[in-house]
Design a protein around this ligand. Structure first.
Ligand code: NAD
Ligand code: AKB
Length: 318
């Protein structure tokens, strides 16, 4: 256990929350990490420490939980992701913005001392330079998800500058993991492909074969999050959100790697509305400021990520 902080993680049943809750419980001690979500979480999360049902749209219930456990840090992961939010733009905007304002207000009024909130590569848009996208550049998101993330970044910086709120954030690329299924994003194909390859030996990709996107393996994303949150406050010079990069690939490239493990694997392509979203996002990210300010360094590329995914999913499906 590294200190006396008590953490509330909101959105603990999702793709990131399933992994992040367990890593936080290892570091802070299970009783110091309260998992919460509108729905129940994985057996591992439910059985390893406290869980509270919470609709983050309800600030009264949020306050109750913060008081009950004497919460000092909040990790806010609840959101609608890009593809799901396009299907319900009102809910996407309301959930993504109100959840953040409820949590930032807790910190503004001194009820918690540190906040983590993830942004996304979705803050970039069609006229952003798409290769090696810099930290500071044109941002013209054209999805409700991307607009909510860009507005969220502005709010984080505003609350830091005006009220001194210690809020920290990362613009995650598409995340790949094996414990939980992804929650309705444009990058989900890079997780689905492993499951379908193992179950059926084939996969129909909803992105075209040459659509490259920035991606990251979950262990890197969790480590980036924890390292950012543990860094001294004066080393965090960006209070909107940091670019971080892992690897970049397209469906044809990941299919070729999957084929090394399952030689009869076949991929076909049938693009849908997610193709246009993917085309508006960067192909690769420049994360030199995260590397400079808090020593970020990725460990996983396409090869070692696929090896670990295959190892864990083969055990899971056995
Ligand atoms: P997810 O969809 O898997 O999980 C989100 C969780 O939020 C779900 O368990 C859902 O039940 C919960 N939730 C929804 N509405 C709620 C409400 N009203 N109250 C409480 N909980 C509610 O998402 P994720 O992939 O784990 O992403 C977490 C965060 O990271 C999001 O902000 C997302 O935008 C961001 N992010 C994710 C990725 C990725 O590739 N997974 C990439 C970039 C950014
Ligand atoms: C999505 O595709 O919506 C997410 C993201 C990159 O923010 N995975």
């Amino acid at each position: 256990m590294i200190n006396k902080d008590t953490i509330l993680l909101i959105g603990a049943s999702g793709q990131i929350g399933t992994d992040l809750t367990m890593s936080l419980r290892t570091i802070y001690g299970a009783s110091h990490v309260v998992a919460s979500d509108i729905k129940s979480a994985s057996t591992e999360v439910m059985e390893s420490g406290p869980f509270e049902q919470l609709d983050i749209m309800d600030p009264v219930r949020l306050n109750e939980i913060v008081l009950k456990y004497k919460v000092t840090q909040v990790y806010l992961l609840a959101a609608l992701l890009s593809a799901t939010a396009e299907k319900n733009i009102e809910l996407g905007w309301a959930l993504n913005m109100r959840s953040l304002s409820h949590v930032l207000d807790l910190a503004r009024h001194g009820k918690v001392k540190k906040v983590y909130w993830p942004s996304s590569i979705a803050v970039f848009g069609p006229t952003t330079p798409s290769v090696n996208t810099p930290q500071h550049t044109v941002m013209d998101p054209n999805t409700v998800y991307g607009i909510s993330k860009q507005a969220g970044e502005r709010w984080c910086e505003y609350y830091h500058q005006k009220f001194g709120v210690d809020v920290r954030s990362i613009r995650y690329p598409g995340l790949i993991s094996w414990k939980a299924k992804p929650g309705g994003g444009t990058t989900d194909y890079a997780v689905h492909i492993f499951h379908e390859a193992l179950k059926y030996g084939r996969y129909e990709s909803f992105l075209s074969e040459t659509t490259s996107l920035p991606m990251m393996y979950m262990p890197d994303a969790i480590r980036a999050t924890l390292e950012l949150m543990e860094a001294p406050a004066d080393s965090i010079k960006i209070r909107s959100s940091y670019n971080v990069a892992g690897t970049s690939f397209n469906p044809a490239e990941i299919a070729a790697v999957v084929k090394q493990y399952i030689p009869h694997f076949e991929i076909t392509y049938k693009t849908d509305e997610r193709q246009a979203i993917a085309k508006s996002w960067p192909q690769s990210i420049n994360d030199s400021l995260a590397r400079e300010h808090w020593n970020w360094k990725h460990e996983y590329d396409l090869g070692n990520m696929a090896e670990d995914m295959m190892l864990n999913l083969k055990k899971k499906y056995k």
